[in-house]
Design a protein. Structure first.
Length: 101
């Protein structure tokens, strides 16, 4: 990836977490914070969360403003896979101010 100094940078981010259980797990409550921040330093262009086994996902902002996703898997499962795919653009920081001596 080549970027000129001061130009925005487009990034694709993939995060994968996988749990394997020796015995079946069920009634599993989970909460993840995998969505990148959308603020003055970067823009979140897209975010997808894929779960296996599938589950209904509820989303909320936590106390600190982070996007949290909660899901519940009621049925028995020996494996839980979580994949988050994001696209962001980051912006250059402004040059530091010169300090007069």
């Amino acid at each position: 990836m080549t970027a000129t100094p001061g130009s925005p940078i487009h990034l694709g981010v993939v995060h994968v977490t996988e749990y394997r259980y020796p015995e079946p797990a069920w009634d599993s409550f989970n909460e993840v914070r995998l969505s990148p921040t959308d603020d003055h330093a970067q823009s979140l262009l897209s975010f997808e969360l894929e779960l296996s086994p599938e589950a209904t996902v509820r989303s909320h902002l936590d106390y600190y403003g982070n996007r949290a996703h909660q899901f519940h898997i009621a049925e028995a499962h020996r494996r839980l896979a979580i994949e988050a795919r994001s696209s962001v653009v980051t912006y250059p920081r402004p040059a530091p101010m010169e300090v007069a001596a």
